[in-house]
Write a protein that binds this ligand. Structure first.
Ligand code: FUC
Length: 680
């Protein structure tokens, strides 16, 4: 069995009784069809029965029926909870031999064919729309709507195209995305199957090849589970075989779904994030309702009739339901989510998106935050506030608050770093976007006044970034090795803790040391990205190594456990973050290079401003960079000594640059032109 990442095609091949059999599988996004091709090296060697099953029919009140007519199998039925009607069709196309239709058993028998193509497509009456989130129970979907016509039309179209054309269209769609980036860590590729590769790595034979492969596997997984006009990637990506999918097949918003998209822009797959944008637009009306309810409950004095109260999303969302913030995760979950919208604009420079979606979303979220803050002395603090999933012991709660409780409980805080940090990030991002659009919205003045009163980052007595204002020493509240490091969100994916603030950078590093790496898949990915932002390449790679060693299955899926794709996608983002950063207004190449990746090159990673960057490095030093501008605007690159290097365009003409003559160059590239910096 194999999977070719360059093609997104899986293969099975085996030999039986002297015949070599081949199977090929791909899922085509443009034609919305799964194609399976079976062949053999001898004529007439393929005889088998296609008899599908609708899973879990016996278990719950799921209704369904399979019919077989000529070469078509149809699986049709309905799932009870939300009246979800489904239909799947399988077409059996034989070359040579014959087919027998077994209507009674819902099966098609293939007799002595030379080759067979199976086309599979399916649909439901599910609609990604505001109605689905706002209505209750069976009203979410229209029970009288059936996907039959759409599924049949799709099947007909796939049939008309035929196997070869479908494959061509799949390859062209997939490779257009996948082929944009390559990373080479001077590795030695082997033909070891993944389970052996992993086993060797786990036994101490660490190698760059697997570290490189996992990065591209992450890109493959994102392309394969998140495309425009479909639901975003949930924690199982797009793959689930269970009746009760792990974590309800949900979109968990206190880190997980955001992590799924952290690498989408830098790894040159911004289109994959569009699935989330569609999701956001669909849930926005109910998220606005939640914001009003939240303010009514927690800060009723701020509720003025007819005023926009913004929007908020809490943790456990799924395809039918979006929660409000609160409980074990504070309203920082909204800003955490919005950071992706900000990044999407920063990376793509899509001004239509900025105007129609990004800026309105940020302005509105800021309005919500302005009503979630309460005055405490000179400060404005989120109250109630919670650092995601962290819980305090009764003894800790007693010591800090004087209240007697029992067992572990989520700590109900005032202005914890997670919440204050994301209010700050959202305010700062809103102001930046307003600038980009020359917006004069009157609410901007409120943001300008409030942003100075947030005080999100505090350094504690242990030299740590405090998770809670109420804490003095590290871990006064909560578990010292907790998987969430929500108080480091201002470092990643936020930007408040940055290289201009060395005291905070040191405290963040200290916090990561104290928290340790004994944790789950996605949590290691967050640690890896934080280390990358700190410029700690060796420690970033150590977190990556720990992830591969302890939280990776033999098919290279990430384990929480269970399988959670966030770990795959978060470490993919981590590799990109180690090789290229652009969150401080300048592009930094190999900013967190670990010693064992001292020689290598990458092509096609993306920096904010929509610059496509390639780099080569040797013995830890960059030797050549290339820059392609996709949207125009000034490009600023920082690298030690770059001020003395020469910049040329693709015809070899030297280009004049400004900067500081030392470690920064600034220039304004022509869109579509590739520039090279050499002799560094
Ligand atoms: C968050 C995490 C859990 C898990 C879940 C899906 O609540 O704290 O560890 O990843 O999401």
């Amino acid at each position: 069995r194999s999977l070719n990442l360059n093609e997104a095609i899986a293969h099975v091949s085996y030999e039986k009784d002297g015949v070599r059999y081949q199977r090929e599988y791909f899922a085509s996004y443009p034609d919305n069809v799964i194609v399976i091709r079976l062949s053999a090296d001898q004529k007439g060697a393929l005889s088998f029965t296609v008899r599908p099953e609708i899973p879990y029919l016996a278990l719950k009140q799921r209704k369904g029926k399979i019919t077989a007519t000529e070469n078509l199998l149809t699986l049709k039925g309905s799932m009870p909870l939300f009246s979800c009607n489904f239909e799947g069709q399988i077409k059996v196309l034989n070359e040579g031999g014959s087919l027998t239709t077994d209507a009674k058993n819902g099966a098609i028998k293939v007799n002595k064919a030379d080759a067979v193509t199976l086309l599979i497509t399916s649909g439901t009456n599910y609609r990604l729309s505001a109605k689905t989130f706002s209505n209750a129970g069976a009203k979410k979907l229209n029970p009288n709507e059936f996907p039959h016509d759409a599924v049949s039309a799709r099947m007909q179209a796939a049939h008309d195209l035929g196997y070869a054309e479908l494959k061509k269209r799949h390859l062209s769609d997939y490779q257009n995305l996948f082929g944009r980036v390559s990373v080479n860590l001077n590795s030695k590729p082997t033909s070891d199957p993944t389970h052996i590769l992993l086993e060797k790595y786990q036994k101490g034979k660490r190698d760059n090849w697997l570290e490189e492969l996992m990065f591209q596997y992450g890109r493959y997984l994102l392309i394969s589970s998140s495309r425009q006009n479909s639901l975003p990637a949930n924690l199982q990506g797009a793959w689930c075989q269970d009746y009760y999918s792990p974590w309800t097949g949900g979109f968990w918003h206190n880190i997980n779904v955001q992590m799924n998209y952290w690498g989408s822009m830098s790894a040159n797959l911004a289109e994959c994030f569009e699935a989330y944008i569609g999701f956001f637009e669909a849930y926005l009306p109910i998220a606005q309702q939640h914001a009003t309810d939240y303010v009514r409950k927690h800060n009723p004095g701020q509720l003025n009739k007819g005023e926009d109260n913004g929007w908020i999303i809490g943790t456990g969302a799924n395809a039918y339901y979006v929660p409000s913030a609160g409980g074990h995760s504070g309203p920082g979950t909204g800003g955490f989510t919005a950071k992706l919208l900000v990044d999407y604009y920063d990376f793509t420079q899509d001004r239509a998106f900025l105007k129609e979606v990004g800026y309105p979303a940020m302005l509105s979220l800021s309005k919500f935050y302005s009503k979630a803050l309460k005055p405490h002395g000179d400060l404005l603090l989120v109250e109630p506030s919670a650092s995601p999933e962290q819980s305090a012991t009764a003894e800790q709660i007693k010591r800090i608050t004087g209240r007697a409780t029992s067992g572990r409980k989520a700590f109900s805080a005032v202005g914890c770093t997670f919440d204050q940090g994301f209010v700050w990030e959202s305010y700062a991002d809103t102001l930046k976007m307003a600038d980009a659009l020359d917006s004069e919205d009157p609410f901007l003045d409120t943001i300008r006044k409030q942003i100075t009163k947030l005080d999100p980052i505090l350094v504690g007595a242990s030299g740590q970034i405090k998770e809670y204002r109420e804490e003095t020493n590290y871990s006064d509240i909560g578990s010292p090795t907790h998987r969430h490091i929500s108080h480091l969100c201002p470092l990643y994916p936020g930007t408040m803790i940055n290289s201009q603030k060395s005291e905070w950078m040191q405290a963040a590093s200290k916090t990561l040391d104290l928290r340790g790496n004994k944790t789950t898949g996605w949590a290691l990915a967050h640690r890896m990205n934080c280390r990358a932002r700190l410029g700690e390449g060796d420690q970033a790679r150590e977190a990556y190594e720990q992830f591969i060693r302890t939280r990776t299955a033999t098919n290279l899926w990430a384990l929480h456990p269970p399988f959670q794709i966030d770990g795959n996608l978060g470490t993919m983002a981590g590799v990109a973050e180690m090789l290229l950063q652009s969150h401080e207004g300048v592009i930094k190449v190999i900013p967190a290079l670990p010693r064992v990746w001292s020689t290598g090159h990458f092509d096609g990673l993306v920096a904010r401003g929509n610059f496509v960057i390639s780099a080569k490095w040797k013995d830890g030093k960059a030797t050549e960079l290339s820059i392609l501008s996709r949207s125009g605007g000034e490009c600023r690159i920082a690298y030690p000594g770059i001020g003395k290097a020469s910049l040329t365009d693709s015809s070899g003409n030297e280009i004049k640059v400004s900067g500081n003559g030392k470690d920064q160059i600034h220039f304004t590239p022509t869109v579509g032109e590739t520039y090279t910096v050499k002799t560094m």
